[in-house]
Design a protein around this ligand. Structure first.
Ligand code: FMN
Length: 433
């Protein structure tokens, strides 16, 4: 068990957006984030360090939850602006050979046919390296851009998502593997008897099918999910190949993993076919003191810009946190947004929440590469698998080098993370251990 390998993935949190634009070492990214270069560099680095995949986060609205105004969000470039993640995929794929690339696309914003077609196309052009981060959307502001006043109720969003995923996966399989014949002599491009309409009639969606393109290299590209509530976990246990989750403590990670694995068994699946990756925000430097100093620098920044963090959290939780005194403990709150996030607010102050949001409290991954690799090793041994989803919403190229050329080589030296990609397809590499 000592050297059981685990997976690494990168969460491009806040998506295709300005990165670290007001912070030191950001180079030209403030002006140039609208071009793919920074993100292409990121993908190349992730592949150099043998990450399994990179997820591109997304939402499609300018938030105005905090004080009922979009000003704070625009002032800080907090959760907005954001461009379409699907457009980044081919650029990243063109610059790499093995890395899995996972755009976020919402089941309450896309139509299933449109999404099935997009992901199938991306799987073809990346030669089997795409995934889909299956989110349901949680913000009313997002819903308002798509013709509704508010989001569907929380659990109904997952009911719709279940139907959505049924249609999408049926469409991906609607062309049999040998449907394309390419017989020039007898003029037969594709055999009609091997291409099947799906005739789906659900409670929420209808779709005739078939898809208007052949099945793609992975057939079913890697499905990724992040539901934290019981209904969200049930959805993830049914569909996900990989689950991305918050990991505040070893106990919480173990409990989450046990829960998802039990649900997967109940859904008739092999729990080992769901790779659960926990969020981690490492700060690595040449000495323990230097790393601590880097982490501490985020405290004064948070104090100075506390409204930015509260505004971001207001959007995620779907509750305007400006209405509460900064130092009064919060009551129990209910939301139609991220339920698992808001459930953790009760009894905490908004100042404390903002600080925790800024410095990413939870397990402390701060120190030299050797130290942080050791902590990751211990945590994974305790939890039992399957890996970490590293992130830093305000990354610079310097930060990426520290991770990919500092931390990861130390993980590899210990035999903890992969040093090569044995397979061609993203799915096969993910399922390799
Ligand atoms: C690591 C992580 C990444 C996520 N990425 C996105 C995203 O890109 N877009 C989005 O709308 N929701 C995203 N979510 C939110 C989830 O899809 C889900 O709505 C959230 O975890 C709350 O689930 P629950 O309501 O079942 O508790 C993410 C959540 C986590 C933990």
């Amino acid at each position: 068990m000592a050297n059981r390998q685990f997976h690494l993935a990168w969460f491009l949190s806040r998506g295709f957006s300005p990165k670290a634009w007001r912070l030191p070492w950001a180079g030209d990214t403030a002006a140039n984030w609208l071009k793919p270069d920074l993100f292409v560099d990121l993908a190349r680095s992730m592949e150099r360090a043998c990450f399994d995949y990179l997820i591109i986060e997304d939402s499609s609205h300018v938030p105005y939850k905090y004080r009922n105004s979009h000003d704070i969000y625009l002032k800080y470039a907090a959760a907005t602006p954001k461009m379409d993640p699907a457009v980044l995929v081919p650029y990243m794929a063109q610059a790499t050979k093995h890395l899995g690339i996972v755009p976020t696309l919402s089941t309450t914003e896309y139509h299933p046919f449109m999404l099935a077609r997009l992901i199938n196309t991306l799987d073809h052009v990346t030669e089997g390296r795409v995934g889909w981060n299956m989110v349901t959307g949680s913000s009313d502001h997002g819903a308002q851009n798509y013709g509704r006043d508010a989001q569907y109720p929380h659990d109904e969003r997952y009911d719709r998502a279940d139907e959505f995923a049924e249609i999408v996966t049926k469409l991906w399989e609607s062309w049999e593997a040998d449907a394309v014949v390419l017989d020039k002599e007898n003029v037969l491009f594709a055999d009609g008897s091997k291409v099947h309409p799906i005739h789906y009639e659900g409670q929420f969606f209808r779709c005739r099918g078939p898809l208007n393109a052949p099945r793609s290299p992975q057939v079913r590209p890697v499905l990724c999910q992040a539901g934290g509530s019981p209904r969200g976990q049930r959805f993830a246990a049914r569909w996900a190949d990989t689950i991305i989750a918050v990991g505040d403590s070893i106990e919480q990670m173990k409990a989450f993993r046990a829960d998802v694995r039990a649900r997967a068994l109940a859904a008739g699946r092999n729990p080992d076919h769901i790779k659960i990756l926990f969020l981690a925000y490492p700060v690595v430097d040449v000495s323990m003191a230097a790393a601590r100093e880097r982490r501490e620098m985020e405290r004064p920044d948070c104090e100075q810009h506390i409204e930015m963090h509260l505004a971001l959290m207001s959007t995620t939780g779907g509750i305007d946190l400006s209405q509460f005194d900064l130092d009064e403990p919060l009551p129990a709150l209910t939301t139609n947004g991220h339920q698992s996030t808001v459930a953790k607010y009760a009894g905490k102050t908004t100042r404390g929440l903002a600080m925790a949001n800024a410095i990413k409290s939870g397990i402390d991954f701060t120190g030299t590469a050797d130290h942080v690799a050791g902590v990751m090793q211990e945590v994974m041994q305790e939890v039992g698998g399957d890996g970490f989803l590293l992130f830093n919403g305000e990354f610079t190229r310097r930060y990426i080098m520290e991770i990919c050329d500092g931390l990861v080589p130390e993980l590899q030296r210990r035999g903890l993370t992969r040093t090569e990609y044995p397979h061609k397809l993203f799915r096969d590499n993910l399922m390799a251990f």
